[in-house]
Write a protein that binds this ligand. Structure first.
Ligand code: ZN
Length: 281
């Protein structure tokens, strides 16, 4: 079962968010019918969205992540909230690349090595907060870590993984975000950096049966870390016929009539969940 935990290590000096997301990513794969590499890319981006959504404070706060790379995948969009209720899509879900030189899914290749990643936080202020970073590697975890460090000035490490089996299923997915608070001791930082470099991939640890708590203890070296909260990340779309109707209201009666005469009906498909609604008049 998917889980997301929030924890503190070293008396609050290190803030942690860690999740398993195989059900969430499998749901996205089912509704979007993605290629393996697109699943690897969107699965990581959805996991990042769930983890970052869990950082929000209020029920109405919303987070949107947009990855606009120049690779064959096109744009990816993910939305999430404080309960890690997450939705997302990739523009070209069938985009595929050969495996990279390490024999792994070429996530950077399918996303692209040029472009922008933008994060928009709507927290009820007049203008939503928005921060962007230039895409360099196209590796989602690296780009997210750079966003926190450059745009929010919080030194962070981000690990994300999606494991596909030979049937094209996603038995393991997940990741963590580790953030250093200003008062954390330099020796602790050095130790954590060393541990992260020597860690196996996140999904390998899940596959070996490690719990999220055990993974965070291994990453930080703090056996006394405190879990503050646990939530269940989930793929869920909040679209409705009523919300879609707003797009139709923008049409003039003549435009509506013309589409219905030509196509038989007005059809709107939700990019996030694939749901189709039709209007005949
Ligand atoms: Zn939808």
């Amino acid at each position: 079962m998917d889980r997301l935990i929030k924890a503190l290590a070293y008396d609050g000096g290190v803030r942690l968010y860690c999740a398993s997301t195989s059900e969430l990513v499998s749901h996205a794969l089912k509704i979007h019918g993605m290629s393996p590499t697109a699943t690897g890319a969107l699965g990581r981006f959805l996991t990042a969205g769930a983890l970052m959504g869990a950082m929000l404070k209020n029920d109405d706060d919303r987070l949107t992540l947009i990855m606009k790379g120049d690779g064959p995948l096109g744009n990816m969009v993910v939305c999430s909230d404080k309960n890690a209720i997450t939705k997302g899509y990739a523009q070209n879900p069938l985009a595929e690349m050969p495996l990279n030189t390490l024999g792994k899914l070429d996530i950077g290749g399918v996303v692209g090595h040029n472009g922008m990643m933008t994060i928009i936080k709507d927290i009820g202020l007049k203008e939503p907060y928005s921060g962007s970073v230039q895409i360099v590697s196209g590796e989602i975890g690296e780009e997210c870590a750079k966003y926190f460090t450059e745009s929010e000035q919080i030194p962070s490490a981000v690990a994300l993984g999606v494991l596909l089996n030979n049937k094209g299923e996603v038995p393991f997915a997940g990741g963590y975000i580790l953030q250093l608070m200003p008062d954390v001791n330099g020796a602790v930082i050095d130790m954590i950096e060393g541990r992260i470099q020597n860690m196996k991939p996140f999904t390998s640890l899940l596959k070996e049966g490690f719990s999220l708590e055990e993974i965070l203890k291994a990453v930080t070296g703090d056996d006394n870390l405190v879990v503050l909260e646990e939530i269940k990340p989930e793929f869920r779309c909040d679209c409705s016929r009523k919300k879609m109707e707003a797009a139709i209201k923008a049409l003039t009666p003549e435009e509506k009539k013309e589409i219905i005469e030509k196509e038989g009906c007005i059809e709107i498909k939700c990019s996030f969940c694939g749901k189709v609604e039709k209007w005949y008049e």
